[in-house]
Design a protein around this ligand. Structure first.
Ligand code: XIL
Length: 317
């Protein structure tokens, strides 16, 4: 059995992959993406972000996002929807607008309401707020925090819940996969949203790791428990494990162990609902263009051949 089939057999909801619109013209790529033995869930890597969905104020564009949503529906895969409020990939009318508290609140609510209403019934989960934290656990001084303060978080969750009452609402971030200031900050966000009386269903741990310095299985298990003790689900939402190139046999073996330990941590927590890799093949990974000199972060290589990481994941499922 493949990754998704095995994950479901052990009580998880899905094993999935991110994808992106330009990749879908690659027929062999699309065939494997649509193989529900391995992938029972997909996430649009870019096409539901603010710059894609509302490029100018109150003009909404869903063409590319709909392609991914329709593919998920056609394949019978769950869709993780990503992301409503984030400081990055914002159109300049948001990031450089001259805002007051009232005008930015109205624009943020309008964005969330329109996008979540458009995709109502199609998403398993929404990443409502993405990456609100600095590494030390304080709030990023993004445009929303500047003009609205921390209230933007619970207000975003309440607005998403009003638009789609059935979708799971997630806070999503990276470097929150082991205990520390940033993970504590994410726990503080969960409590903030709960205290405000808004719905928050889960925390997404992105899981952008580095071969050889991936947190240990026990460190990840302990950390997941700190979140689920707050009454929320958890999921690994963007897992990939990069290395400094060129890859070696030793690096590929360590990568397989790092994938296995991470998947095992999710398996050990009944409230860890699933795992999503941030695309499945090195051919389309975001890593080389973002981290200079690094790559080969995915379980399939550039030729769509399974690497040792695939067996590592499967061994934990
Ligand atoms: C990345 C995409 O994969 C790239 O194609 C894009 O150029 C930049 O964004 N954290 C997130 C994702 O939440 O949305 C990011 O995706 C990777 C880091």
């Amino acid at each position: 059995a493949g990754l998704h089939t095995s994950a479901v057999a052990k009580g998880k909801l899905y094993f999935g992959s991110a994808t992106d619109n330009p990749e879908l013209t690659d027929a062999p790529y699309l065939t494997q993406l649509s193989n529900t033995d391995d992938f029972g869930q997909i996430t649009p890597g870019n096409s539901q972000k603010w710059d894609a969905t509302e490029p100018s104020q109150n003009t909404f564009s869903y063409t590319n996002g709909d392609v991914i949503a329709d593919l998920a529906a056609k394949n019978g895969q769950k869709l993780r929807c990503h992301a409503l409020v984030w400081h990055s990939q914002l159109p300049s009318w948001v990031s450089s607008g001259s805002w007051t508290n009232a005008t930015l609140l109205a624009a943020m609510k309008n964005h969330i309401t329109n996008v979540a209403t458009h995709y109502k019934g199609k998403c398993y989960a929404w990443d409502v707020v993405n990456e609100a934290l600095n590494e030390d656990g304080t709030y990023r001084d993004n445009v929303f925090y500047k003009h609205i303060g921390e209230a933007y978080l619970p207000i975003a969750f309440a607005t998403a819940a009003a638009a789609d009452p059935d979708v799971k609402l997630y806070y999503n971030d990276y470097n929150i996969e082991s205990a520390g200031s940033k993970s504590s900050g994410a726990q503080r966000i969960v409590k903030l949203v709960q205290q405000y009386g808004a719905k928050i269903d889960g925390v997404g741990l992105q899981g952008h790791f580095i071969v050889g310095s991936t947190p240990s299985q026990s460190a990840q298990t302990t950390n997941l428990a700190a979140f689920t003790a707050l009454g929320v689900d958890v999921a690994y939402t963007e897992l990939d494990i990069r290395m400094t190139l060129p890859s070696t046999t030793a690096l590929l073996t360590q990568q397989s162990t790092d994938y296995k330990n991470t998947v095992a941590a999710c398996m050990a927590n009944t409230k860890c609902v699933g795992i999503t890799i941030w695309d499945y093949t090195d051919k389309y990974s975001w890593v080389p263009s973002t981290f200079s000199g690094q790559g080969d972060a995915c379980p399939w290589d550039k030729n769509l051949v399974k690497k040792p990481a695939y067996a590592g994941i499967l061994a934990a499922l």
